[in-house]
Design a protein around this ligand. Structure first.
Ligand code: SAM
Length: 256
C-alpha cells in the first residue's frame, strides 16, 4: 500500500480517465476493496482480483453489492489473462497485488511476492494496451529492498520501466510512490496533476506559512547530523503518518 495516498491517487486516476477516455478500471490486489470503490465513482466498470479467500470474502461483503464492481478470487496474472480477452476499450490498470509493502505479509506461501512482471506481460497482450494507463503502487519497493522482502523476487524499477517502454509509446515516471505509465499523449495530464500537487503542498507561500507556524525552540537545538537526518527520513519513509512527517519537518527546521 503506497505511503502517500494509501490507495489509488484517485485525482490522478480521474484526470487520466477524462483525458484518455478510459472506459473501466482493473485492479490487482483487492484487499478490502477501498480503491475499487473509489474507482467505481469515476468509471462505470471496475474489475478487481484478490488472492486470499478470507480477505476476498470481506471485500465482497464491503463493496460486492455495488453495481459495476466485479470481484475475482485468484492469482492476478491468470485472472488478468481471462479478463483481457473479455473486455474492450482503453482502461486504467491499478497494479497493487504485491504483498507485505506495509509491514505485514498477507501472502499465502507458494505465491510470488511480486507478480507485477507477469501482470505486465499479460497487459501487453491486451489489444488496447497502448491506449490504456498503468499505475503501479509502492514504487519504493522497486528501488531498493524492503526489510520483509526477498529482493530476488522483486523486479527493479528499471526492469519495469524498460518493459513498459518497449513496444508502446509511453511516458513513464514515478510520483507519490506510484509508477505511472501512460500513452505519451497523456504526459501533460500527469504533469498538470503533479504541478497542482506541488502547488498544494510546496508552493512557496504554503511552505513559508508552514514554517512560520512551526514552534521555534532556540533553547533546544536538536542535533541534526547526517546520521540523524538519515534515520529520520528512513522513519518518515517507513512510517509516514502525517504526525511523523510533521515531526520530521519540525526537527529539521528547529535544528537549523
Ligand atoms: C497492498 S494490498 C492492496 C490494496 C488495495 N489495492 C487498495 O488500494 O486498497 C495487496 C493485496 O494483494 C493481494 N495479492 C498479493 N498477491 C496477489 C496475487 N498474485 N494475486 C492477487 N492478489 C494478490 C494481497 O493478498 C493483498 O490483499
Amino acid at each position: 500500500m503506497g505511503v502517500v495516498t494509501f490507495g489509488i491517487p484517485i485525482d490522478l486516476a480521474n484526470a487520466l480517465v477524462e483525458a484518455g477516455g478510459l472506459t473501466g478500471a482493473i485492479e490487482t490486489g483487492t484487499y478490502l476493496g477501498s480503491s475499487a470503490s473509489v474507482l467505481r465513482d469515476i468509471v462505470p466498470q471496475v474489475w478487481t482480483v484478490g488472492l486470499r479467500d478470507d480477505i476476498y470474502r470481506k471485500a465482497v461483503e464491503r463493496v460486492g453489492g455495488r453495481g459495476g464492481i466485479t470481484l475475482f478470487l485468484g492469482h492476478s496474472p491468470s485472472v488478468l489473462a481471462d479478463l483481457v480477452n473479455k473486455i474492450e476499450g482503453p482502461v486504467l490498470f491499478w497494479l497493487d497485488a504485491h504483498g507485505g509493502t506495509f509491514g505485514g505479509n498477507d501472502m499465502p506461501a507458494g505465491f510470488k511476492q511480486c507478480p507485477v512482471m507477469d501482470e505486465l506481460r499479460v497487459i501487453s497482450s491486451y489489444p488496447y494496451a497502448d491506449e490504456s494507463c498503468i499505475l503501479i503502487d509502492d514504487a519504493r519497493a522497486f528501488f531498493g529492498p524492503m526489510r520483509q522482502h526477498n529482493p530476488d523476487k522483486w523486479p527493479t524499477f528499471l526492469e519495469i520501466a524498460d518493459f513498459l517502454r518497449t513496444g508502446d509509446d509511453r511516458y513513464v515516471t514515478v510520483l507519490d510512490d506510484v509508477i505511472i505509465a501512460v500513452p505519451s499523449a497523456l504526459r501533460s495530464t500527469v504533469d498538470g496533476w503533479w504541478l497542482q500537487k506541488l502547488e498544494e503542498r510546496h508552493g512557496l507561500e504554503a511552505m513559508e506559512a508552514r514554517i512560520l507556524s512551526l514552534p521555534i525552540h532556540r533553547h533546544r537545538k536538536l542535533s541534526c547530523d547526517s546520521r540523524a537526518a538519515c534515520s529520520l527520513s528512513q522513519c518518515a519513509w517507513n512510517w509516514p503518518s502525517a504526525s511523523t512527517r510533521e515531526e520530521f519537518a519540525r526537527r529539521l527546521v528547529v535544528s537549523q
